[in-house]
Design a protein around this ligand. Structure first.
Ligand code: PMP
Length: 308
């Protein structure tokens, strides 16, 4: 797909990407005053159908973020779902695709003021089969702490807040790791730069709670549900210390882009036998059947894009 020739949603209109402009004075550009979402639409080859995954939950989270950041969101969740379907159809997408809605503070006076913003809603698409080319990743804890709720709310997907992730990711790359993990300012494991974290230990699946400054991932919630319902493994939300991870039976991350991916080394410590574990393997298969609309029990999560 040629990005310039793809259709983009811009405040109620569909335009070609090269026609969509953001001004140099926009507060979104100058101060990172915007929020965003990211979700996938999964292609089901047998049905020749594209399924948006958990669209309601993604747009509900977007609306919640706009409340935190005082951006008056002008559309309902149902309207956004409808715009999404139109956008995917207009782009004639017949492959798994990532969708990025953005809500920007597009006022252009020069102060970082959130009062009475000019709100701009943009949404674009990016075909994305798989983001991570490897099934087994290495990670290291960053010297950058995870931002906290009284500083820059981690529960909001605020554009400017991703400097925190970007700094940690750069550092991880410089140290030879595939991904960075964050600690909170009191030393609890928080999450990765774009994904939540899980460890399997003593027969339980454990993940950090909201209070450890995570983004409440929609994939995280899906994983918790699938693991407790379908594998009958108890799931616990509690604080984790970094050294607990080193001795875990499995460690993995979850997120829209990363889906479910194993961490086989943390801080240069090999996790278990250093390979993708049994739980992750089965979970990935189940996750794929759920997201592509092949699992009837979870079909409610999938919104068909093409009218048939
Ligand atoms: N944490 C952060 C910081 C993220 O950016 C993301 C990606 N949205 C996640 C976790 C995972 O969230 P989700 O599963 O909803 O994509």
């Amino acid at each position: 797909m040629d990005n310039n020739e793809s259709y983009v949603f811009d405040n109620g209109e569909f335009k070609l990407e090269h026609e969509v402009k953001v001004g140099v004075r926009s507060k979104a550009l100058n101060y990172g005053l915007g929020v965003f979402e990211g979700f996938r639409a999964y292609w089901n080859e047998d049905e020749q159908q594209l399924y948006g995954f958990r669209l309601k939950d993604h747009f509900k989270r977007l609306k919640e973020c706009t409340k935190i950041t005082n951006l008056n969101f002008p559309y309902s969740v149902d309207q956004m779902i409808d715009f999404t379907k139109q956008l995917l159809v207009k782009n004639n997408l017949k492959q798994t695709t990532y969708v990025r809605p953005l809500v920007l503070n597009d006022s252009n006076d020069i102060t970082p003021n959130l009062k009475d913003p000019v709100v701009r809603v943009i949404m674009y698409v990016q075909p994305m089969k798989k983001r991570v080319m490897k099934d087994e990743l290495t990670a290291g804890f960053s010297s950058w702490e995870r931002l906290n709720d009284n500083m820059l709310p981690p529960h909001s997907k605020t554009t400017g807040a991703y400097m925190n992730s970007a700094l940690a990711f750069l550092e991880a790359g410089n140290h030879g790791y595939d991904e960075a993990l964050f600690l909170t300012n009191n030393g609890h494991v928080s999450e990765g730069t774009r994904e939540n974290i899980f460890m399997l230990k003593h027969g339980k699946l454990v993940t950090p709670p909201t209070s450890d400054n995570i983004l409440e991932g929609i994939t995280r919630e899906t994983v918790m549900q699938l693991v407790s319902n379908e594998f009958e493994i108890p799931v616990e939300e509690r604080s984790i210390s970094r050294t607990e991870l080193y001795g875990a039976d499995e460690v993995f991350v979850s997120g829209t882009a990363m889906e479910v991916t194993s961490l086989v080394e943390v801080d240069n410590r090999v996790i278990a036998d250093g390979h993708e574990g049994k739980l992750v393997k089965s979970l990935k298969e189940l996750f794929f059947s759920v997201t592509t609309g092949k699992n009837s029990k979870y079909k409610d999560y999938c919104t068909p894009v093409y009218n048939k």
